[in-house]
Design a protein around this ligand. Structure first.
Ligand code: ADP
Length: 320
């Protein structure tokens, strides 16, 4: 079912009326008239369970309802991952950036990336690419005005803004006016239909990978919420959303490869980090980790986990 139809189907009464003989739509219309979103959600769940809706359709409809609970900061591409260019760049340099990054819109900043002053679209720069003389010129005349939104903006409202402004990329601002990240219409649609990979996307690395030996390989970006949902490992924090952020928060700095932390009966070992973020982490159940240590101390063979036993946990993190 196209996302458009999902969106308009649940929000416009005339469409509900227009769908003949569908008890689902009757249910939803009835619930919409009488009750709040919880009841609509219940109707969708019931319809899925009763087979009136395909599982995929039900989950898309539920996702549409949940757009209203999400803020743009929950779905943005964070500032550190945004491919942007200083205003001093030449047209030729921007073209190279578009080619190397695969992104068709490049934010342009003055002085630093907290000060985005424009956007260059691949389509607009194509003509300049044909003219060798223009490649050394400034991209400024080709720049489009950026569309700024605060990071707390509701995702459903952003979708309406994308429609009304016809701009499909928003620069997300933090509360101090700095750049928090970007969101495109694709990021919003992915919340409804799941990951969308276009022809040029490299396969995306999974944030949480369960390995055969019972350990986990995590990206620093893995959300604590997803970790709890997918693995039952519950780490709660009011301060951070991701496991990488959590380890930084506990350490009070960016921990480096080899450093270990205990939390939620697991030992988390940083596998890869740079100056600004933890990139990859291995997580091993504490019991397994302790067994490995005892075996090592007793000189027995049979390392259960490779590469994770790195001495006593240095972080000593309990669930925050
Ligand atoms: P594109 O095809 O130009 O990458 P999309 O709207 O299809 O644009 O976005 C695909 C993903 O790439 C989204 O997650 C979006 O946030 C991200 N993205 C788009 N432009 C950039 C950019 N300049 N730098 C980093 N990420 C970007």
């Amino acid at each position: 079912m196209p996302a458009d139809r999902v969106l308009s189907g649940v929000t416009r009464e005339e469409n509900l009326d227009g769908v003949p003989d569908s008890s689902l739509w009757q249910k939803i219309a009835r619930f919409f008239g009488a009750k709040g979103a919880d009841s609509v959600e219940q109707a969708i769940i019931e319809a899925s369970e009763e087979g009136e809706l395909l599982k995929e359709e039900g989950s898309m409809l539920l996702s549409v309802l949940h757009l209203d609970d999400m803020q743009v900061q929950d779905i943005m591409t964070p500032r550190t991952d945004v491919i942007c260019a200083p205003i001093e760049s030449t047209i030729g340099e921007i073209i190279e950036l578009i080619i190397s990054s695969g992104h068709s819109r490049i934010p342009i900043f003055k002085k630093n990336r907290d000060n985005i002053v424009g956007l260059i679209y691949a389509k607009d720069i194509l003509r300049a690419a044909m003219d060798a003389d223009l490649r050394a010129e400034s991209p400024e005349p080709l720049m489009q005005t950026p569309f700024f939104v605060p990071e707390t903006k509701n995702v459903l409202d952003l979708l309406h803004d994308f429609k009304s402004t016809k701009k499909h990329l928003a620069i997300i601002l933090d509360e101090y006016g700095g750049t928090a990240g970007i969101v495109t219409i694709e990021d919003v649609l992915e919340q409804i239909v799941g990951d969308i990979e276009d022809e040029h996307d490299a396969p995306r690395e999974e944030d949480i990978v369960c390995l055969d030996d019972g350990s986990l390989r995590l990206s620093g970006r893995a959300y604590l919420e997803d970790l709890a949902e997918q693995t039952g490992i519950t780490i709660e924090s009011d301060d951070v959303d991701t496991i990488g952020g959590y380890l930084c928060h506990v350490a009070g700095r960016v921990p480096q490869a080899g450093e270990t932390f205990e939390a939620a009966d697991m030992v988390f070992t940083v596998l890869e980090a740079d100056a600004t973020q933890v990139r990859h982490i291995k997580a091993v159940p504490l019991a397994v980790e302790n067994t490995v240590k005892v075996q090592a101390a007793e000189g027995t063979e049979g390392s259960v986990v490779s590469g994770a036993a790195s001495g006593p946990a240095s972080g000593g993190a309990g669930a925050a």
